[in-house]
Design a protein around this ligand. Sequence first.
Ligand SMILES: *[C@@H]1O[C@H](CO)[C@@H](O)[C@H](O)[C@H]1NC(C)=O
Ligand SMILES: *[C@@H]1O[C@H](CO)[C@@H](O)[C@H](O)[C@H]1NC(C)=O
Ligand SMILES: *[C@@H]1O[C@H](CO)[C@@H](O)[C@H](O)[C@H]1NC(C)=O
Ligand SMILES: *[C@@H]1O[C@H](CO)[C@@H](O)[C@H](O)[C@H]1NC(C)=O
Ligand SMILES: *[C@@H]1O[C@H](CO)[C@@H](O)[C@H](O)[C@H]1NC(C)=O
Length: 434
Amino acid sequence: MQSRVVPLEEGKDPAVPIKTHHSKVLPARLLQLFVLFLALCIAFSVISIYSIKRFGVQSMVTTVRSGFACLEEPDTLQQWIRTPSNLMHKMSDEELFWRASLVPRISKYPFKRVPKIAFMFLSKGPLPMAPLWERFFKGHEGLYSVYIHSLPTFESKFPPSSVFHRRQIPSQSQFVEMWTRSIKSVNRVENSGERRCVSGFCRNIEASNDLHCWLKIDALSKVSEWGKMSMCDAERRLLANALLDISNEWFILLSESCIPLYNFSIIYQYVKKSKYSYIGAFDDHGPYGRGRYNRSMAPEVNITNWRKGSQWFEINRKLAVKVVEDSKYYPKFEKFCRPHCYVDEHYFPTMLTIEAAPLLANRSFTWVDWSRGGAHPATFGRSDITEEFFHRIYSNQNCTYNDQPSRICYLFARKFAPSAMEPLLHIASKVLGF
Ligand SMILES: *[C@@H]1O[C@H](CO)[C@@H](O)[C@H](O)[C@H]1NC(C)=O
Ligand SMILES: *[C@@H]1O[C@H](CO)[C@@H](O)[C@H](O)[C@H]1NC(C)=O
Ligand SMILES: *[C@@H]1O[C@H](CO)[C@@H](O)[C@H](O)[C@H]1NC(C)=O
Ligand SMILES: *[C@@H]1O[C@H](CO)[C@@H](O)[C@H](O)[C@H]1NC(C)=O
Ligand SMILES: *[C@@H]1O[C@H](CO)[C@@H](O)[C@H](O)[C@H]1NC(C)=O
């Protein structure tokens, strides 16, 4: 013993007897502790088994779950079907589109699914008609979802009670970096009063009658790796984000100058019971229709498939997936529909005509007034908002709905200036029905 201890505890002799004493006592103490521990374990097991038998597994699970609120059950259907509470994510467009294109192969849902309409607002800045929309949506929670695509530089400040609160989708910062607005490049097309952009895509700034052109900065600064960016990308991004909510069944694209013409119940039923999706798809044989077709798009896109229509569409989930998953037509439009082609007037109507012609109504249900002439439809302000104005819109409706003549053709109308908001709120309950 001593020979082992001394090298360690040099010159500390008193320690030695104590150590020998301990080494005799310890095993007995340890044994006692071990037996006590074993007894406790057995007791605990018995209590556990008894309580599981008595109260069921559920209560145990609940206890565990409440203790670790941030842990999720890994294997319930709920996590795949619930509505995403937060629209923010860090997916790139490529990742997002792939994720959004995942489609169940079994068409019957094994849970109660209430189909919703996704209202997708494509806007540059604020939504001046927001108070009118708030009133429109009131009381219809669970039947709609709202998405906003605006420039990332624009920060929306909707209160938590608003239907627009935190409904901005993550937009790619390139939207701002790659595009710049240019009034200089607007030219009159020779021999016609029509004003067109010399290069880039022509976009009017809603609520103003100015013509502006969105130019790719690469066209200006010759930075070639900055590539494809168009209104179509923004629209596809809206669709992809809205597809992430499995209960969204119909997708309506709106601008900040749009207003609803009927109350929510009428619009919901109209969309729900329709056999067709409402997208303008017109075979225009003139220079602004087929004249914009480029033969290099064949054989994916032939001139007989070439369609034109306004970008304000309503499509169902099946068509929305077709738009998001498309890698066949997109490159053709990107390469050959430029710069005098206006891709956002042709891409969706043409590709959907090729992919799903029998499902299209071939008309838009967003009313717009071109009667004043010029490159842009009329914008209505404060002084235009009268009961007669709306009676004129309602009484001129004549179209087919599910192949039958219908007096309800337009569910939304544009373009309304911010000054129209206040008078609209005044007459909404009397004229618009909400
Ligand atoms: C919507 O409008 C229709 C026709 O005006 C009316 O019958 C219906 O009660 C309205 N619905 C709601 C929820 O206000
Ligand atoms: C376009 O025409 C070619 C040749 O006639 C045909 O092979 C191709 O399938 C057509 N494309 C579409 C989208 O109809
Ligand atoms: C088709 O597009 C290509 C590439 O942009 C262009 O060089 C060609 O001139 C276009 N053809 C027509 C008929 O517009
Ligand atoms: C829309 O046009 C396509 C052809 O482009 C046609 O097949 C379809 O039946 C049309 N839809 C309606 C409702 O007429
Ligand atoms: C609606 O339009 C169709 C075809 O354009 C026409 O035959 C019909 O008379 C119109 N109906 C009304 C009520 O104006």
